[in-house]
Structure formats: C-alpha cells, structure tokens
Design a protein around this ligand. Structure first.
Ligand code: ZN
Ligand code: ZN
Length: 339
C-alpha cells in the first residue's frame, strides 16, 4: 500500500517546510526502508541553505518494511543505505568500484527522498544488512564517517606504505572521521595532527587520539615539520596549500569529502623535487562495507566518541543548528523509537 507522510523539505536559507510525500510499494528489485536514523553530512549544508526538491539525508539506517519481486532481503532486516544507486555492470562497477559508477541511476537523499523522512524506496543493491545488535544511530557511522574515510585511507596507504606522520586539515565530520579511522588503522605511536579553527572540535580531536592544532596559528602547523600523508577535508585553498607545503619526500596529498573538487589552479604544486602524489577519494565501494562493519564491531566505544549528538526528527532544526555551530562531531537524527 502506498505510504504517505508529512516530511521535512529544505526550502533554502535554513527553512524547513513540511509537505506530504508518498512512497509506492517497492517494484521489482526494490526495497522500502523504514528509516530509523540518518547522520548529518557536510554536504547536507548545501541542501539546507539552498533548498532541495526531495527529502535530504543520505546517511541512513533502517529496516526493510516491504520487498519487491526478485529480491531476497527479508522484511525486518536491519541495515544501512549506500546512497548511490549503482548499475552493477559498467566498467567501474564490474571492478567493484561502485562509487564511480558511470551509469548511476539515482542518489538517495539527493535525487530521491532520503533519510530525514520516514521511508526510503531504494534498489536492493544499495542495502547492506547489519546484525540486530548494532543500534541504528551507530550504524550510520558505516557511511561517510567510516566508509568514505576508510576508502580514503585505503587509497592513501596503497600509495604510501611507510607512513610515520599524518596531517588532516579540518575537524568537521569528514576530518574527524579520517582521524577516527586512522587511529583504528595506524599504530598508536604514529601522530595524526588535525587542524581546526574551533576549540570545541580541537578538544574532540584530542579525545579521539589526535594532536590538535589551531588552524589560525599557521606557524604552529608548519612547526610539525615534514609529513608523509596529508588530507584536506576543508575544500579551502589556503588549507590545501598548507597541507601540500607540509609534505616531505614521497608525500601524499589526499582530497576527500564534499563536492568542492580540486584544481591545480587552486594551489601551487611542485611535484618533482619531492616526488609528491596527489589523490582524490570519492565515497567508497559497496564491497568495503563488510570490513568496516568488523571495524565498527571491534571498536564500538571509539566510534561512539565521534557520534556526539542525537536528536529525534521532530527536532531536525535543532539538529542542524548544532551541526552548523561547529560544536559537534557527527550529529544523528533518529525516528521510530529507541535503538
Ligand atoms: Zn555524506
Ligand atoms: Zn555502474
């Protein structure tokens, strides 16, 4: 039966309007998901400020409410949603690189209704099942917080194996996620420096096992010396230039998160004398979920530290106010009751 509900839609400039949307029964190969939690992402800011036709939210966890023909996921299965509806057969998908699908059909939360509403109609291949004992709010950390950052780490460490020091520009959700994942991957004695303007976030950096640096104090950042691997999560020219300047020989610079892109016009880069590598990383491959779930299961307490705020969906405006205040890690919006 078609589902109807009043859903929050971003009208632009931070205005939230409630309008009625409907979700038909799942067709062949589709699942209807009852959303239970959705983590706020840095890219939501754009929809929140500029408006969105569809319900935003692309870091959702929930349970299968109905399943269409030609599916095998039982109703009631809990899981998280890979927001890109990939084709499964293009060259990238065939190689497992679903985040680079050239025939992408939809982006849940961007082109179809996402996780701030009660339902999501998705393709079955977007769903990743999780054990019943993983709470929905924690499960959303499998998406950008651990998925996107895990992919970036994988690409970076493929390029450079003997990493002895790391610098991350920006302690927003992606920067903090990079720190969390890095701390779970790297030996404890390898320093991970993280810069941010917000003192609140710098305190969280310390709690997550990083070395906080004040982004306003460039001298203190340069004093770190030659770094093997630097990430930019800010999208800002000045931050990127500094992150590249910090690199030592064979240094690797990684652009991750957001939709800012990267252009060589943005920064002056002399690649040859230090034999630098410049890499980009986009979301993650579906087949990385399983390893990230293991990482989550083995480190629940550490992952919980990143999830600083939870709000019921009725307080979506407060959730965004907290997120935009700069005094948060990951903010998760829940609905449909506890856990
Ligand atoms: Zn995101
Ligand atoms: Zn594809």
């Amino acid at each position: 039966m078609t589902k109807r509900a009043l859903v929050p839609v971003f009208r632009g400039q931070g205005q939230i309007a409630y309008t009625e949307h409907e979700w038909p029964d799942p067709g062949p190969g589709q699942l209807l998901i009852r959303v239970r939690a959705n983590a706020i992402c840095g890219t939501d800011r754009e929809q929140f400020l500029n408006g969105s036709e569809v319900v935003a939210g692309h870091e959702a966890a929930g349970e299968v409410a109905a399943a269409g023909q030609n599916t095998s996921t039982p109703v009631g299965t809990r899981g998280v949603i890979y927001f890109k509806e990939y084709c499964g057969s293009c060259r990238s998908c065939a190689a497992g690189h679903t985040s680079l699908c050239s025939q992408k059909r939809a982006s849940t939360g961007m082109t179809t209704d996402g996780g701030y509403g009660p339902w999501e109609l998705i393709a079955e291949q977007q769903f990743f099942a999780i054990p019943d004992d993983v709470p929905f709010d924690l499960a959303t950390m499998l998406l950008d917080a651990m998925g996107t950052t895990g992919h970036a780490w994988k690409r970076a460490l493929h390029e450079r194996q003997d990493v002895r020091s790391v610098y991350i520009a920006g302690a927003g959700p992606i920067g903090l996620g990079l720190l969390l994942t890095g701390r779970l991957i790297l030996p404890a004695d390898i320093p991970i420096y993280v810069s941010d303007f917000s003192e609140w976030r710098r305190n969280l950096v310390a709690e997550l096992g990083g070395h906080p640096l004040d982004a306003a104090d460039e001298e203190s950042i340069r004093a770190v010396g030659a770094v093997d691997l630097t990430f930019d999560s800010t999208g800002k020219k000045v931050a990127r230039q500094l992150a590249i300047d910090l690199l030592g020989n064979h240094g690797v610079f990684m652009v991750v998160g957001g939709q800012e892109g990267f252009s060589f016009d943005d920064v002056g880069v002399e690649l040859l004398p230090r034999e630098l590598s410049i890499l980009g990383s986009e979301y993650f491959d579906y087949n990385e979920f399983a390893g990230n779930l293991d990482r989550l299961q083995n480190n629940r307490d550490a992952v919980r530290k990143l999830l600083t705020h939870t709000y019921p969906v009725e307080q979506l405006d407060q959730a965004f106010a907290t997120f935009l205040s700069g005094e948060s890690g990951k903010v998760v919006v829940t609905q449909g009751g506890a856990d």
